[in-house]
Write a protein that binds this ligand. Sequence first.
Ligand code: SF4
Length: 224
Amino acid sequence: MGKVTGFLEIQREQPTRRPVEDRLKDWQEIYQPFPEEKQKEQGARCMDCGVPFCHTGCPVNNLIPDWNDLVYNGRWETAIRRLHATNNFPEFTGRICPAPCEAACVLGINQPPVSIKLVERSIVERAWEEGWIKPEPPQEKTGKRVAIVGSGPAGLAAAQQLRPRCGPSAQARPDERLRPLVCARLSFRRCRRRSRFDAASSPREPRGPDRSSEVRPRTRRPSP
Ligand code: SF4
C-alpha cells in the first residue's frame, strides 16, 4: 500500500485551475502544474483496501491501489504499465472521466476520497514526458485493413488493440464533424501534433435545413 498512515496525515489536494480569462485564449491545460512530491503524497493516501470499492466504481476496472502505491514509491514507469493494462487512453480518462472510482473510494466514507483521477493523469503525463509511450506497429502486415467506424472511446480503443496484435493495420474512421470536437475538448497532445487534425478548419458538411423553429404537431396516444 502507499504510506501506512498516509490517509491520517495527508489531506486531499487538487491542482488549482488557471484563470478563466487565460483559458479562453488558448487550448492549454485547465489546471496549473502540480509538483511531483504532492502527486506522490496523494498516492500515499490510498489504504490498499482488502475490498477496494474503487475497482467496482471504475468502468474499466483500473488497478487503482497498485498504481497509487507505485506512484508513492516513485516507480512511474511500472505505474504506466499497470495503468495501460486496463486502460487504452488514460490521457482521456484522467481528464474527462467523472471519476466514479472516487465516489466509490472507501476513504470517502469519512474523509475526502483519494485523488485517483489526479494520480492517473500524473502517471500518463509523466509517461509522455519521459518517452515511455511509443508507437506499437504490427510485427507483420497482411495487407488487409480493418475499418472502425466511430471516434468514441470504444472505437479508438479497438483500433489501438488491433494494430499491434492482429497484424492487419487497423484504421479508425471517426466522423469528420466529431474529430475536431475530440481535439478541442481534450486538448490532447497527440491530436494537436498531427497535421491531419489541423484540417479541422476545413469547411464542414452542410447539416440540412434548420428545423428548430418549426412547430411540431402534438400527437395523442391512443387510449387502451
Ligand atoms: S477504495 Fe480508495 S483507499 Fe481503498 S484501495 Fe481504492 S483508492 Fe485506495
